[in-house]
Design a protein around this ligand. Structure first.
Ligand code: PMV
Length: 319
């Protein structure tokens, strides 16, 4: 009898098109080398969810684990005729929540896979992403689905709402610096703020949606040819557009300024919803570790990631 199932999914960075993707643009995202691990095991007692020192019964509406509870309830309703032992879903994450690095998408994806397998109703990729998307929507309001696709498939993807996601193969891996500003924020509030901006300036906004699409294709070309200067300069121009829609902050601008003191930094932008969260930067090849050391002195959650990284995967059970 199966007593424990364990799966993991990576977080993600958005290289181009965040926010504009909600309004129909193409976007580019990649999985990172930080993961969320979810294991499901039999216990005595009630179904429950635990993470670090927080635990909550599945039937409690205490506001904790909204994405995981949504995923779990939806899977249980699919499996309604099957008897199951009480279970515990345990989450451990290498990604701070609210950092803009896809922790809620990764947990939703890994939980959909692990729990459905545990209950004996393994789901296919599309079913996993649909359930994970519903879970994410409880946290983010009106997400595009980009985060879920990036965390599930891994690698580098081009994404547009209601179109098939395309995986991009890179001949040579690309290394980027990721820095969490330390400030958490709510994606749903930022999505709503950007929608207001669109209502206020519909024509200008539409031009930026179109420009995000062309920027995304240029980004793919730059990544394919591993042209770090071009990746950096695209980051710089995308950051200007993200500032204009009101999702950068003085603190993120200071962080980017701090990075630009190093001449090896070729360009930087916020990644994800903004309002805090994280930035990504292109660094001259060979200087990543020295720039990482410099930035870590002020921003301890910083790391270098390489594209591509593996997406959803099964892990060995621990216990
Ligand atoms: O929640 P985050 O920071 O991982 O980023 C979400 C990306 C947005 O484009 C702002 C929203 C979306 O669903 O695409």
């Amino acid at each position: 009898m199966i007593t424990e199932i364990r799966a993991s999914a990576p977080g993600k960075i958005i290289l181009s098109g965040e926010h504009f993707v909600v309004h129909g643009s193409y976007s580019v995202a990649a999985a990172i080398n930080k993961r969320v691990y979810v294991s499901v095991r039999e216990i005595n007692g009630k179904d429950q969810i635990v993470s670090n020192d927080i635990s909550s019964n599945l039937d409690s509406d205490d506001g904790s684990f909204p994405a995981v509870k949504s995923v779990t309830r939806n899977i249980l309703s699919i499996a309604r005729n099957r008897k199951h032992s009480p279970f515990e879903i345990s989450i451990s994450s290498e990604i701070p929540s609210g950092s803009g690095l896809g922790s809620s998408a990764a947990v939703s994806v890994a939980c959909s896979a692990a729990l459905s397998e545990f209950l004996g109703i393994p789901l296919n990729k599309e079913e996993i992403s649909n359930l994970a998307f519903k879970g994410e929507s409880t946290v983010h309001g009106n997400p595009s689905g980009l985060d879920i696709q990036a965390c599930q498939s891994g690698g580098l993807i081009v994404f547009k709402k209601s179109f098939e996601t395309r995986s991009i193969h890179l001949k040579d891996p690309v290394r980027l610096l990721v820095v969490f500003s330390g400030r958490k924020r709510s994606t749903s509030k930022l999505i709503a703020k950007v929608a207001d901006r669109r209502t206020e300036y519909p024509n200008q906004f539409q031009r930026l949606v179109d420009s995000a699409s062309s920027g995304s294709f240029e980004m793919v070309d730059a990544l394919k040819s591993r042209d770090l200067s071009k990746i950096g300069s695209l980051f710089t121009s995308l950051q200007v557009q993200l500032s204009w829609i009101g999702v950068s902050t003085p603190q993120l601008d200071d962080l980017i300024e701090f990075l630009y003191k190093k001449q090896e930094v070729l360009g930087a932008k916020l990644t994800g919803a903004g309002g805090g969260g994280s930035i990504i930067a292109a660094i001259k090849s060979g200087s990543e570790d020295s720039v990482l050391k410099y930035v870590s002195s002020q921003y301890p959650y910083s790391f270098v990631t390489e594209i591509p990284q593996e997406g959803l995967r099964w892990e060995k059970a621990t216990g």
